[in-house]
Write a protein that binds this ligand. Sequence first.
Ligand SMILES: [Zn+2]
Length: 189
Amino acid sequence: MKNKFFNSLVEQLEQIPSIGKKSANKIAYTLALENKVLALNIAHCIENAVCNIQQCEICGGLAEDKTCYICDDFSRLYNSALCIVSSPKDIFTIEETNTFNGSYLVVNDVKKADFDMIIANIRLYNKKEIIFAFTPSLVSDTMILYIEDKLQNENLVFSKIAHGVPTGVGLDNIDKLSLQKAMESRIKI
Ligand SMILES: [Zn+2]
């Protein structure tokens, strides 16, 4: 097989979301031939990330320990607001807007979510407000209804981000300003 190492690198790079064949070729060329130091540094970073990053035991977000830096901050963990997102990467997106001082919870599959645990944590951390920061869609509206139903006896105020967030567009693809506005002008539901 011609250039088997190069081709398998291209094949693997192509598996990364948003990298197509053309970019994969370009990156592989850079890593394998033009900048071997960068390539080895990246390999090292990937190994460290894979070995050390896990989901936070409290919120499900990205953590390099048992819990993440947000849950480690008691002023945030015991803040009355809990923001529910569908993916750990949405936490980063919201954090970048600097609009939220509460803590998060990742719920990506309502059917598999452990609501006994979620309710126990809501009581433990004294949560009063639940903010849903999902990508607006029919599926997420159904998820919101489902979660609200499960939490209905907890005396909570529910709201969701809406304003300026286009339907069907992932949170990580929304510009910072729109998301900032969406967090600030969240609507009660
Ligand atoms: Zn956490």
